[in-house]
Design a protein around this ligand. Structure first.
Ligand SMILES: *Cc1c(COP(=O)(O)O)cnc(C)c1O
Length: 393
């Protein structure tokens, strides 16, 4: 990201509004309801003449603090905190589609977004066309008559970066609304609303939290759209963010910028060394691309690579000691997950199989450990998991 944008974000995450009594850490307003001192005060709030918190499913000051910070970081008007990233995604999508609609979605979208589109939305009579988001002409071909273009950049598992500005422009020209999942880049490295998207969604469980202790989400965008979601949909679906988790998120966001910079640096070191390793056939990392993706000003710590067939992937995973096997990403700790387990994952609508994720692909979430230790761990694990050499004949 540019230095000026980084400096601006540093104020958003560190400075809060003033609280009575001056606590430097904000209080957690852990309450279900807010009382009124008189009938008149209650009536003023209910009539909308003097908006104020009434019930935490609607508005809560701790949640509001989180929402305002995300809106500021995404350089847009407003945001709604939600119980999870999937709650943010379903909320955003359901605010736009109606029965009989068709949506266009980029390939290699997050697995549970894919499952949501293939199950619940399909049952509601909404169909989805999946297109390679890097092929702008292919996307353009599908846009006429569609209601929604659903974007995620970079994509899950394969980290394809998309030109959000051109895609959003093409959609707008056809009257198609756009939603972008910005969990990977965070507002530190990418601002989809600035690039012309209508709504941005995040799994705040990842980098925004940064400490692997919260499941949460957020949808952000212009006042008009967010206001409508707040009035017409969010209170009834009811997947609110809890005040305690909002507080954890605000606490985590204090270091969002510095974590992103450090994880970017650590991941680049590891990715470059992997790219030079004789057993690694390919590294999928947006920061290694010859040309930077437009609108993406940095890269995070999540990427993947492919091992050649001289490496036994289960043995490789078991030989790692610093990297722990696990889903999710974006925390302080480094994690590993092989695509092979996703390819055999039980249940219908297997995203990895549907989009053809390579079976020798391994995803890493680089945490805040020194990259030298991380590299030593990967290097020894590759060495120890070599299958016995076969003659070349
Ligand atoms: C994890 C993730 C989600 C879902 O978020 P939850 O907080 O787990 O519900 C959505 N999009 C992307 C890209 C993710 O990685």
């Amino acid at each position: 990201m540019t230095e000026a944008a980084f400096e601006e974000a540093s104020l958003t995450v560190t400075q809060d509004g003033t609280e009575p009594g001056g606590p430097v850490a904000p209080p957690i307003v852990q309450t279900s309801l807010f009382t009124f001192s008189s009938y008149e005060e209650m009536e003023e709030a209910f009539s909308g003449r003097k908006p104020r918190p009434i019930y935490t499913r609607g508005v809560n000051p701790t949640v509001r603090m989180f929402e305002e910070k995300v809106a500021a970081l995404e350089k847009t008007d407003d945001a709604i905190g939600t119980a999870s990233g999937m709650a943010a995604i379903s909320l955003a999508v359901l605010s736009i589609v109606r029965p009989g609609d068709r949506m266009v979605c980029v390939r290699h979208v997050y697995p549970d977004s894919f499952r949501f589109f293939q199950t619940t939305l399909k049952r509601m009579g909404v169909t989805t066309d999946y297109v390679d988001g890097r092929d702008i002409d292919a996307v353009r071909e599908k846009l006429p008559g569609a209601r929604l273009l659903y974007l995620e950049s970079p994509t899950s598992w394969t980290f394809h970066t998309l030109d959000l500005e051109r895609l959003a422009g093409a959609a707008r020209a056809e009257g198609v609304v756009t939603i972008a999942d910005n969990s990977w880049a965070t507002p530190i490295f990418q601002n989809p609303i600035r690039l012309g998207c209508d709504l941005v969604v995040h799994s705040a469980s990842k980098y925004i939290s940064g400490h692997s202790d919260t499941v949460a989400g957020v949808v952000a965008g212009p006042a008009e759209r967010i206001g409508r979601i707040r009035a017409d949909l969010h209170p009834y679906l009811g997947a609110k963010l809890s005040p305690f988790e909002a507080w954890l998120l605000v606490r985590g966001m204090r270091t969002l910028g510095v974590r992103m910079r450090e994880q970017e640096r650590n991941a680049m070191v590891v990715a470059r060394r992997l790219a030079a390793h004789p057993n690694v056939t390919r590294v999928y990392h947006p920061g290694l691309a010859e040309k930077a993706a437009p609108g993406l000003t940095g890269s995070s710590g999540l990427f993947s690579f492919e091992l050649d067939d001289r490496v036994d992937i289960p043995a490789f995973c078991n030989a790692l000691s610093l990297f722990q096997l696990g889903v999710s990403w974006g925390g302080h700790e480094s994690l590993v997950i092989p695509a092979a387990v996703s390819l055999v994952q039980a249940g219908e609508h297997n995203q990895a199989r549907f989009f053809g994720v390579p079976d020798r692909l391994v995803r890493l979430s680089i945490g805040l450990e020194s990259p030298n230790y991380l590299w030593s761990d990967l290097d020894q694990a590759i060495e120890r998991s070599q299958t016995s050499c076969k003659p070349d004949s």
